[in-house]
Design a protein around this ligand. Structure first.
Ligand code: ADP
Length: 326
């Protein structure tokens, strides 16, 4: 087994609030345990172009409260090729990096898994994505902050929706997963959520019109996950205009505000725990796992399982939303 003396850390793919708290936790806990740390800028792209800096404790001072990532993030088509990964590995060897901590979403952790398969380098994934769509962890870094941003926005839209007695479709992020839309709907008291997981099973709009809208209210809010599978909020607004012209319908697309902002206490604590556990796992000789949290306990999830399995949305949450919006 290879001895770990120097840990490389990078953030990759979509940014998420709390990534900085994770960078801080990995850096400080590694230093605490006597390891060296190297910060790799711009994700896998920076690994290939060798944008790598020695990290000391001061590099991560004053960042726990910041959204985004001080290491920057990028997408790297080159890393998705064997040639690109070979260059990345050569750089890792020349820099004396013995293990990699990758903070990112499903794509970034798939990249880490592929890299670890091809080369002798332990890779530890830390789930950082607002979508919460990684299997094996109850929550991902950034999800709670994004959820809070959504509900603040929906609360504001509700004021105007109620005053004008309108039906609002509010589009939230969630390309492949409806966690933001569904839990955002429950937290903001919305009447329905249209999510990719059920887009092929049922006509979610017809279902909502039939069971929910105007039973007891003159305004309504529906959260729609932005996804090819749902078609997005505009698609539903157009359908209502055509199929139910009696309703006064509007659309708000929340967009990138959902990614930004200072991380919530929950995300800072989660990122601190997961980041420190990533270093612990390396010291225990672990490799090619994602650090997750389940029932408030740290768990180690093989990267293959975290990226290949799909995390399911609980039907009981949908039933709850429907019951509470009568
Ligand atoms: P996220 O981590 O937010 O899901 P992406 O899906 O954009 O972000 O992935 C980030 C980067 O991870 C990609 O630009 C690519 O460099 C790398 N990556 C993703 N999937 C793979 C894969 N199967 N093999 C190698 N690298 C990958």
């Amino acid at each position: 087994m290879r001895n770990v003396n120097c840990v490389g850390i990078l953030t990759s793919g979509g940014d998420a609030p709390g990534m900085n708290a994770a960078i801080r936790a990995v850096t400080r806990s590694a230093i605490y345990h006597g390891l060296k740390v190297k910060g790799i800028y711009r994700g896998y792209r920076g690994l290939i172009s060798r944008e790598i800096v020695d990290f000391k404790s001061k590099h991560v001072s004053n960042i726990i409260q910041l959204g985004g990532t001080i290491l920057k993030t990028a997408r790297s088509p080159e890393f998705a090729t064997p040639e690109g990964r070979q260059i990345a590995y050569n750089n890792i060897q020349e820099e004396g990096i013995d293990a990699l901590v990758v903070i990112g979403g499903d794509g970034s952790l798939s990249g880490a898994m592929q890299f670890a398969k091809e080369f002798d380098i332990p890779c530890i994934g830390v789930p950082g994505t607002i979508d919460n769509d990684l299997y094996g962890t109850d929550s991902t870094i950034g999800y709670d902050t994004a959820l809070n941003t959504i509900l603040e926005s929906v609360d504001k839209i509700r004021d105007t929706a109620t005053s004008h007695e309108r039906l609002f479709f509010i589009e939230v992020m969630g390309r492949d997963a409806g966690f933001l839309a569904l839990n955002g709907a429950i937290a903001s008291g919305a009447e329905a959520a249209i999510i990719p997981e059920f887009s092929t099973e049922e006509d979610q709009l017809a279902e909502f019109i039939k069971s929910g809208f105007r039973k007891s209210k003159n305004s309504s809010i529906v959260l729609v996950a932005e996804s090819e599978l749902t078609g997005g909020a505009m698609h539903y607004a157009d359908r209502v205009k055509n199929e139910y012209p009696q309703y006064d319908v509007r659309v708000t697309i929340l967009g990138h505000i959902q990614r930004g902002g200072s991380p919530t206490a929950y995300d800072r604590i989660l990122a601190s725990r997961l980041g420190a556990a990533a270093v612990d796992s390396l010291l225990e000789g672990q490799r090619n796992i994602m650090i997750g949290i389940e029932n408030d306990e740290i768990v180690y999830v093989p990267l293959t399982r975290a990226t290949k399995n799909q995390k399911h949305v609980s039907h009981s949450l949908i039933d709850l939303m429907k019951m509470l919006s009568i």
